[in-house]
Design a binder for this molecule. Structure first.
Ligand code: ZN
Ligand code: FE
Length: 256
């Protein structure tokens, strides 16, 4: 099974899984990159997974229906272009011999879901949309800091070997913010150098892994003393993990 990150818009990735014959895509915000990949690799599109309702994740669905031989799956608590199979926490998706488990991850949007498979090839795989980014998390458009904190905690508890497929290439900006939060984190500094080299060659910084995100992502590290101290310099009242996350998220919104 091959995993491809198809670039879309300015900084989106449409993730594609394929076995040389059948393809699945995640969050096709536009159809053209998908159609080009299907043609390039000689594939038949047999499934679409959607994490949330934003246009840059659903805008290509209708244009792909004429080449789609299979279902569209999406969040039960959000409206995406119909028809689709609505999913919520604990539901399972079977595609081409793979199993995905649905995890409710509200925060970025109210009904955002993620898809986790225990085994794709030799390791687990997560499609997390705009909830978890490498070294960051999604903006809180519809949810609360408490919801995002709980959602990120669930993702952080997945096996460390899980490959993390985020929907945007935000890694370098996120890592620079993460360094402002945790200047003493050596793993973070090392990963920033690695990602600068990748981007310099035009390569994606993704997928990441859950183990790496636990080590470098401040939004998964809201109980680390250095992260708590940084959050308290912004908001003196940041006294628990949710308040630390809220302070970090507000800080990130204005960080340049
Ligand atoms: Zn979004
Ligand atoms: Fe997005």
């Amino acid at each position: 099974m091959k995993l491809l990150a198809l670039p879309a818009f300015a900084d989106n990735y449409i993730w594609m899984l394929h076995d040389g014959r059948e393809a699945l895509v995640v969050d096709p915000g536009e159809a053209t990159p998908v159609i080009e990949a299907l043609q390039t690799h000689g594939l038949r599109l047999s499934g679409i997974l959607v994490t949330h309702h934003h246009g840059d994740h659903v805008g290509g669905i209708d244009a792909l229906r004429s080449v789609l031989h299979g279902p569209v799956y999406g969040p039960a608590r959000e409206a995406i272009p119909p028809p689709y199979t609505p999913l919520s926490d604990g539901d399972r998706v079977h595609w081409n011999g793979l199993d995905f488990e649905v995890i409710d991850v509200p925060g970025h949007t109210a009904g955002h879901i993620a898809y986790w498979s225990p085994r794709v090839g030799d390791s687990p795989l997560l499609f997390c949309g705009d909830t978890l980014f490498s070294a960051g998390c999604g903006r809180l458009f519809e949810g609360t800091p408490a919801q995002m904190s709980a959602s990120l905690a669930r993702l952080a508890a997945l096996p460390g070997t899980t490959r993390v497929c985020c929907a945007h290439e935000y890694t370098l900006g996120n890592l620079r913010f993460a360094q402002a939060v945790e200047p003493g984190n050596a793993a973070l500094a090392e990963h920033l150098r690695h990602c600068e080299a990748l981007r310099g060659r035009g390569h994606p910084t993704l997928p990441s892994t859950i183990a790496r995100e636990r080590a470098i992502n401040p939004f998964l590290r809201c109980r680390e003393p250095e992260v708590v101290a940084a959050a308290r310099r912004r908001h003196a009242a940041a006294d628990d993990a949710v308040a630390v996350l809220a302070a970090l998220r507000e800080w990130k919104n204005e960080f340049r």
